[in-house]
Design a protein around this ligand. Structure first.
Ligand code: NDP
Ligand code: OXD
Length: 305
């Protein structure tokens, strides 16, 4: 049995080395230079060309290199299982990123950095407390809710199916979205990209915010209508935004978002599984496949996440 790495634009050499440290006999082939495609039963992918998977006739399992599986769901051949990579470092990175974005905005960190460069002594007023709404109460959303609740934030959560979580006021479905969005100081998007979440954050959505809210977008770019975001900033429904993901990545150099006051941009790096944990997660699923067991973090292809 062979394991394929299909990750255009990424160098897989470090990952191969880590995998072979776990198992020196492991047969790994890196796309597109695969000499024995007929031996591949498992493929680890990030944005693979659709044809790369259909040409693997013995394929049984595809593992996404990330937690998101948009861009993969559509290209999974019939009968093949899709799973994703979720790890302790992915969760702790995301908790840190969301907390950093909230604290930086609360303490007006960007304004103080600007004042420093102008040699100006300008203490900023802190925004105290805060109610944070998290859209998506999955692996990452729940990790974030628990951290924020533990630090004394008031936390609201929204998911597709109703949940009961300690210290979180939970809402579910489109009918409860307006109640969830009411009274938020911070809104965090940790939703997967699906047909239902595509374009979710649009003009109608922002109109349901009942006070100026700060958006932290760490889901997927296509969930946010950029022109409606700019309008919501102009109208004061949003008081700012921290964006890590974009409809087009890298964000084009001519995008108006780069220079927009109140917007912080990071280049899709909110959270990343460490190399060691990635290799361990892949190898665990490889062994599960050999033993005829289900992989960790399987995706429901009918729901798209
Ligand atoms: P999970 O699949 O564990 O959780 C997804 C959550 O979203 C679930 O709570 C689910 O509800 C909810 N959800 C899905 N569809 C809807 C909907 N239509 N309405 C309301 N809630 C919905 O995902 P993860 O927490 O592991 O990851 C979430 C996303 O974060 C990833 O898909 C990826 O896009 C993004 N991500 C971004 C990273 C970055 O660096 N910026 C890094 C890693 C991930 P329910 O519980 O009812 O099923
Ligand atoms: C992921 C990501 O899905 O990096 O893991 O966005």
């Amino acid at each position: 049995m062979s394991l394929a790495l299909i990750m255009p634009d990424r160098n897989g050499a470090g990952l191969v080395k880590r995998l072979q440290t776990l198992d020196s006999q492991l047969d790994v082939q890196i796309w597109p230079a695969m000499t024995r495609p007929q031996d591949v039963r498992m493929a680890v992918c990030w944005q693979p060309p659709a044809a790369a998977l259909t040409s693997l006739l013995s394929l049984e399992l595809v593992q996404s290199l990330g937690a998101g599986v948009d861009g993969l769901v559509e290209s999974i051949p019939a009968g093949v299982t899709l799973c994703r990579t979720v790890s302790p470092s992915l969760k702790s990175d995301m908790r840190d990123y969301v907390l950093l974005a909230i604290l930086a905005e609360q303490r007006q960190w960007a304004a103080m950095a600007t004042a420093q460069r102008a040699r100006q002594w300008q203490p900023q007023r802190y925004r105290r407390g805060g109610t944070v709404g998290i859209m998506g109460l999955g692996e990452l959303g729940q990790a974030v809710t628990q951290t924020l609740a533990g630090l004394g934030f008031t936390v609201k959560g929204w998911s597709r199916q109703h949940k009961t979580l300690a210290a979180v006021e939970c809402f579910a479905g489109s009918e409860q979205l307006p109640t969830f969005l009411a009274g938020l100081d911070y809104l965090v998007c940790l939703l997967p990209l699906t047909a239902d979440t595509h374009g979710l954050m649009n003009h109608t959505f922002f109109q349901q915010l009942t006070q100026p809210t700060y958006l932290i977008q760490v889901g997927r770019g296509q969930q946010l209508v950029e022109s409606d975001l700019l309008y919501a900033l102009e109208q004061g429904q949003l008081r700012g935004a921290c964006l890590d993901v974009f409809a087009s990545e890298p964000l084009p150099t001519d995008s108006t978002l780069w220079q927009q006051p109140g917007i912080t941009i990071t280049p899709h790096c909110a959270s990343i599984t460490s190399g060691k944990e990635l290799a361990a997660a892949i190898y665990k699923n490889y062994q599960a496949l050999l033993a005829g067991q289900a992989p960790a973090y399987p995706v429901d292809l009918t729901q798209g996440y």
